[in-house]
Ligand binder design. Sequence first.
Ligand code: COA
Length: 144
Amino acid sequence: MEIVIRAPKNEVEWEQYYDLRYRILRQPWNQPRGSERNEGDATGVHFALFENDKIAAIARLDLNSENIGQVRFMAVESTIQRKGFGKQVMLAIESYCKAQNSSGIILHAREIAIPFYESLNYQLVKKSHLLFNEIQHFLMNKKI
Ligand SMILES: CC(C)(COP(=O)(O)OP(=O)(O)OC[C@H]1O[C@@H](n2cnc3c(N)ncnc32)[C@H](O)[C@@H]1OP(=O)(O)O)[C@@H](O)C(=O)NCCC(=O)NCCS
């Protein structure tokens, strides 16, 4: 099994990337296609984990003006969750942030994902927003 983590680099890969984001993070809440994208996609750093040329896990990193990283749109293909792919993407993001001399990473975790981020030593800061009137998010952070 060959694993590579990098940004998508052609149209077919970008389609796969946004399709995974849509299917995992938007479709289950009946959101329309296109709702998985936003203006930050133009400036964010995109991470895709390829397992034998197929995208298995994704996330976007936004670096703010103080060089704090924010992880967004973290998602793993539904049939292969809990196999360590999400963790590998988060570790790649941390390495990238360290190389950029970032001092920390923040994220807004869905309630269901809190144990995942805790396993990577993120700390719960506070309850944040409610998405689609039902998905409670929690601000978490980690110094790096
Ligand atoms: C949450 C998500 C990103 C985690 O990625 P993953 O590849 O499934 O998780 P990993 O296998 O890398 O998990 C690493 C560690 O996190 C912890 N963990 C992950 N999911 C967990 C869960 N549901 N309950 C408890 N611990 C969990 C475990 O310690 C795990 O290690 P272990 O499997 O050896 O015990 C993924 O399951 C996913 O995409 N879920 C649906 C979308 C989503 O909620 N995205 C997050 C938005 S904030």
